[in-house]
Design a protein around this ligand. Sequence first.
Ligand code: SF4
Ligand code: SF4
Length: 134
Amino acid sequence: MRIKIKGEIRNEFVRKIEELSEQNLLGCYQCGKCSAGCPSAPFMDLLPNQVIRLAQLGRKEEVLNCKTIWLCASCFACSVRCPKGIDLAKVMESARQIVLRQNIDQIEPLKIPKEEVVELPQIALVSNFRKLTA
Ligand code: SF4
Ligand code: SF4
């Protein structure tokens, strides 16, 4: 028996994430291997597999307002482990891009204490500005 799904399967948010990440969100079958191998998972408010599940459902606000997308270190462990070949690191990046395109910065460079600027590795500062500011 064919099950009919009412309404759109992919809303505008789902299509945007898929366009930016070039990934098929609906390919994820929630095995959880991405979350099991994610080194940042203990610090995240949503596990990586929960982010992709919410993204599949088009739940834009929950995805864009979670801390997880900013705590993702882009290490690609999830992408390598996914049995469906989904590059979840790219999905995280596309969610960050959507927020940054609204000109919403995640850090304010001028508010970083001078002592920390002196102590922190320059490469870490530059990569953080690239990742977290519009
Ligand atoms: S590993 Fe792949 S298929 Fe499994 S939950 Fe993560 S994204 Fe989905
Ligand atoms: S790319 Fe991000 S979500 Fe994926 S394993 Fe690394 S830190 Fe976790």
